[in-house]
Design a binder for this molecule. Sequence first.
Ligand code: G3I
Length: 343
Amino acid sequence: MKRILAFAVKIAALCALCFCASSCGKKTIACAAEKRGVDFGFAVSVTDLLNANTQKLLTGQAKILVAENCMKSSQLRPNKTFWNWSDPENLVKFANQNKIVAKWHTLFWHEMNPPFINSLKTKEEAEQMMDEHITTVMQKFKGRIRDYDVVNEMFNEDGSLRDTVWLRTLGPGYLERAIRKAHEVDPAAHLFLNEYNNEAKGYAKADAMYNLVKDFVERGVPIYGVGMQLHLAADLPYDEEAIRQNIRRYADLGIKICFSEVDVRIPLSRLEELEPKQKEIWKSLMTLAVEEPNVESFIVWGVSDKNSWIPAWKPGYGNALLFDKNFKPKPIYFELAQIAARR
Ligand code: G3I
C-alpha cells in the first residue's frame, strides 16, 4: 500500500511539474525568472518591433520591454511643436497586448536632447519644460507604463553631479523635483534613477548614488528604485560580492533594483580566451537577480548581436548579448535559464 501511495505522489509531482512548464510556455529565462520575482526582458529598437520574427521571439521571451532610443527626448520631440508618439505607442501597445511590462527610458538625460532643451537658460524656463515633459508623457501613458527612468546618468565617475542643462538651470535639486513631479502625475508609476558604473559598493559613483537615494528615502522623496545599467566587459574586473553588498544596502532602504541595460562585451581578438570569463559574469548576474529579493527586473540591452550598440560604440568588442546574429540563443542562454529555475 505504502509503495502504491509513494508512486501516486511521484506521479502527481510529475504532473504538477509538467503543468508548470506548459502553463509558462517554453523553458525560457523569462518564465523561470518570473517565478523568482524577476521580470526578464530586452531593450528594443523601432526596427525590432517592425519585424514579425522579432515580435514572435519577444512574445515568448520577454516579461519587460524598454525602448532603446525612441523615448529619448531628441527622438520623441525633435522640435517644440512635434511629438513623435508613434514609435513609443507601438512599443507600449505591443507590450500591453502581450502582457509584457513597459518601461520608459528616459525622461531626462544629458544626451539626445533637442536644441530647444539644450538651450534652456533660466530656472523658470527649465521648470516649465520639465513639468511639461513629465506631464505630457506620463498622463498619456498612465496605466500602460509601469516603470520610468526619470533621470539617466546624473553622476560623474568621482561621484559629483554631472554638468547637464538641468543641473545648470535648476541646481542639484532637479533630481528630487523630477521625482516628485512624476509621482504627482502618476502615483502608481515605479520611478527609477538609472546609472552606469553604480553597481559595486565602494566605488565613488555607486556610493554617491546610494547616499542620494538614502537621503531621498529619509526625506520621503517618492523614489521606487535604482537602475544599474551593467554594461560590462569580459576583460575588465568584476566583483560579485561588492555588487551583492550594494544591492543589499538598497534593500535595507526598501529600494528595488533594476538590472537595466545588461550586456557583457568581449574583445573580438580574445574571444576564445575570455568566453569563460564572459559566461561567469552572466551567470553571476542572473544568480544575484534571482537570489536578492529586491532585484525586480533584468533587462538585456538589445535582443541579438545583429543590432547591439556595442560594435559601433566600443570598436573591437562584440558578442555581448544572449542571441547571436541569426537570433539563435547562445549556450549561455540555456545556462541562465537553468540558474533562474534552480532553487
Ligand atoms: O535616429 C537618428 C537618425 O535620424 C540619424 O540619421 C542617425 C545619424 O547618426 O542617428 C540616429 O540616431 C542614433 C540613435 O542611436 C538611433 O539609432 C544616434 O545617432 C545614436 O547615437 C544612438 O545611439 C544610442 C545611444 O544610446 C545614444 O542615444 C544607442 O543606439 C543606444 O544603445 C545607447 O543606449 C544607451 C542608453 O540609452 C543609456 N545607457 C548607455 C547606453 C549605451 O550607450
